[in-house]
Design a protein around this ligand. Sequence first.
Ligand SMILES: Cc1ncc(C[n+]2csc(CCOP(=O)(O)OP(=O)(O)O)c2C)c(N)n1
Length: 1038
Amino acid sequence: MFHLRTCASKLRPLTASQTVQTLSQNKAAAVRTFQQIRCVSAPVAAEPFLSGTSSNYVEEMYCAWLENPKSVHKSWDIFFRNTNAGAPPGTAYQSPLTLSRGSLATMAHAQSLVEAQPNVDKLVEDHLAVQSLIRAYQIRGHHVAQLDPLGILDADLDSSVPADIISSTDKLDLAVFKERLGMLTVGGFYGLDESDLDKVFHLPTTTFIGGQESALPLREIIRRLEMAYCQHIGVEFMFINDLEQCQWIRQKFETPGIMQFTNEEKRTLLARLVRSTRFEEFLHRKWSSEKRFGLEGCEVLIPALKTIIDKSSENGVDYVIMGMPHRGRLNVLANVIRKELEQIFCQFDSKLEAADEGSGDMKYHLGMYHRRINRVTDRNITLSLVANPSHLEAADPVVMGKTKAEQFYCGDTEGKKVMSILLHGDAAFAGQGIVYETFHLSDLPSYTTHGTVHVVVNNQIGFTTDPRMARSSPYPTDVARVVNAPIFHVNSDDPEAVMYVCKVAAEWRSTFHKDVVVDLVCYRRNGHNEMDEPMFTQPLMYKQIRKQKPVLQKYAELLVSQGVVNQPEYEEEISKYDKICEEAFARSKDEKILHIKHWLDSPWPGFFTLDGQPRSMTCPSTGLEEDVLAHIGNVASSVPVENFTIHGGLSRILKTRRELVTNRTVDWALAEYMAFGSLLKEGIHVRLSGQDVERGTFSHRHHVLHDQNVDKRTCIPMNHLWPSQAPYTVCNSSLSEYGVLGFELGFAMASPNALVLWEAQFGDFNNMAQCIIDQFICPGQAKWVRQNGIVLLLPHGMEGMGPEHSSARPERFLQMCNDDPDVLPDLTESNFDINQLYDCNWVVVNCSTPGNFFHVLRRQILLPFRKPLIVFTPKSLLRHPEARTNFDEMLPGTHFQRVIPEDGPAAQAPENVKRVLFCTGKVYYDLTRERKARDMTEQVAITRIEQLSPFPFDLLLKEAQKYPNAELAWCQEEHKNQGYYDYVKPRLRTTIDRAKPVWYAGRDPAAAPATGNKKTHLTELQRFLDTAFDLDAFKKFS
Ligand SMILES: Cc1ncc(C[n+]2csc(CCOP(=O)(O)OP(=O)(O)O)c2C)c(N)n1
């Protein structure tokens, strides 16, 4: 658009005596005078055919002619000369010269044709037709590209040829051309016909097919378009709404002869194909009946990835983080990341014992981290493959988050040093919603990794399912269009075409820092795994596959025929690699023990001792000096920048905060502030992410202040605490739980010295991210020996808000805790509490006081190891006048309280207590209110379990023993089949050696988490409070 406007602005009135020479010298004046002259006085503008699109086109032509008369077709040259020489409108045109096939030289004869003819409409129409044709190839050429190596399928699931592309794959076959012309009934093919094939047309600026030529005969234009868009590469990019990016891609694919490789490059490509192919063959020979999800049919993946890495390394990247599914994973580990082959081979030995804690994982799920020299660029490169579960695409956001964190910690604000590559299967890429959710993070300021290169192993089948049954979009990659990522489809049996698109993809990323997709259209030589029979379901496809020559063989034959290598050299390359495999195999027999730790994707150097143990098994006090508390409190209740107007309501909130600080107390929001701020002071990066977290769903947090007078001017007081503090990141996320939680989990993987928190809008939305919770957070350390300190803040509580927005589903988190309900641990062990934390898979807490919330957040970092922390956070308690903590409970020497025992009258005379109510979280306040109302403070003790898991057996035993004459009951506001009861009851019974029953006071079992009826809600509440304080309630059962 800009270009056209500039060109048009150069149109200016010419006098009959002016020469073309002087015209082009007067450009500056033209720019100034364009507004008046454009359609009024330029001689060209008087032509009768000028209207709408044609005038734009002629302007462009005219402009090009002004710059260089030779750059336009001769007939235009004559036309413009004639109009400027004063030819009356309609008489300046002379018909274009018809050229014999390919003979541009004869254009010179056009000079001799000076006779004016009135057929200018046809000239314009023909040129516009050619422009449209070029555009049609750019938009739809990929639909006729030959992408399927098997030659039997259509990568876009459509065998038809777009109606506005002239030739089919038969290229310029006259019969085909005629047939296609015939298909277009309205006005022929944009008005072009067979007789136009040898006419010469000026090329628009939106194409590079001309190379050095600015005009070409139609026949040649079509041939070049076919070469650029309809061979083994299908380029999908015209949906991108950025002219510069589109031009960049056109230049990369249209420029004649641009896809050139040196012999050296071809030999490297062959050698990489040898490794990829022979690796799978080796595994097949040694372990023919083992599942390995081999790469056969897409062996080109290995050179493809290496090309992306080489090119990125050349452009300055020194850390590549990768995520990938099962297919070809062992090959990638061996030949891209370069894991020692013997380490891979010994994974096949079923007799090896595991050396590490945890349950381990299948070999094709494990991760890897390796730093080495890139031989092509001679630069250091670190490669990491993130461990992943079977759940396809689930690792995508995790990889993104880890990449973002690595960029953040090395100050790589533009993604020039650290990048990610994500691999996908075609069925999974199209089918899994997380792909879309992850794409939507790709350009958000706090989540962008400045471009990911996506590589799809598109073997045109998903397990046994045909793509026609697996997706509704033409390509499996269409999801990438939402973020304007260019998509390069390529026939995987053409290794050079693959290398070329991979180079372009890497260049795209380093130029524009945006996502890009390489779609490797290939096939799967075997079944879904090596044991599967594909002929059951895809008989014809597999008949063809059986006949298909392996790509290595095809490419080797090509290079031998070209004289790039000879047969003995090729064979030598094969035997060299086979020998490497055999030697590694022999060495693998010496491995006695399986070390999962060797497969760690994110080592934390310096955090553990050399043998991977925590540096101590203690945790210091999580309290803070009074002046630190006061300072954070003061900043939290102020606006630390000048001339910044905040909302009046917020001023009141800050004033209340200030009063709290003056009174040496904190509410929930201040407690969180104190925890975050103090960690920042200690150099710990804090990152809080989730929907609307900046303000807080319940409007209690306000970590980002907004100037009421200046648009988008914000202030984050947390970043104004101390001059040399660590940075604080607080970011409202996209509306995705799966994607964002996965991202934050990945972020937390990168460093142990960061507090990374994800907050659900309401706790129940965590189930949208169930896969991240079930597959990564809960079992991550057991499967992959990888610790992670992510914190989940899950607002929870029965407050009459209906079935949704009430329960964060504590029962699910508790059900997945790995502590044994039936075995009392050794309570005499020193540092029992820390050991228990070390052994658990995650920590689950429900704090009843802001102070305890403060302590548990700080403990998360002060512990000598990392565990995921699940916090059920309050809603109404955020503003509850009793939910306050005095500074005294946050000073040095204070700790997180796993259990908060009764400390009222009941605790003074415990032998008189008739009932101990154990509870957790907000219900405590309902219970104390009710107890007070019933005047039962001496008869009923209320003990809060703040850390539900690992279960505080030691403290609860003391608590139970303290009240020898009391009944024990568990009280919760959740329904009986939900909440904590099923988790707590057997553990409490184990604690007291089953000496007494543990009674239940709470809501009845129910299908929904909460009622939608306010009255029912209150009735239920009163009913269970009645039970809790009716000292005869359980008599009938005992
Ligand atoms: C979320 C999820 N659903 C189902 C499966 C079971 N599964 C494993 S592989 C596979 C087919 C995947 O096809 P594709 O993505 O094309 O990869 P390919 O195996 O062909 O390389 C399926 C359905 C899974 N692993 N993950």
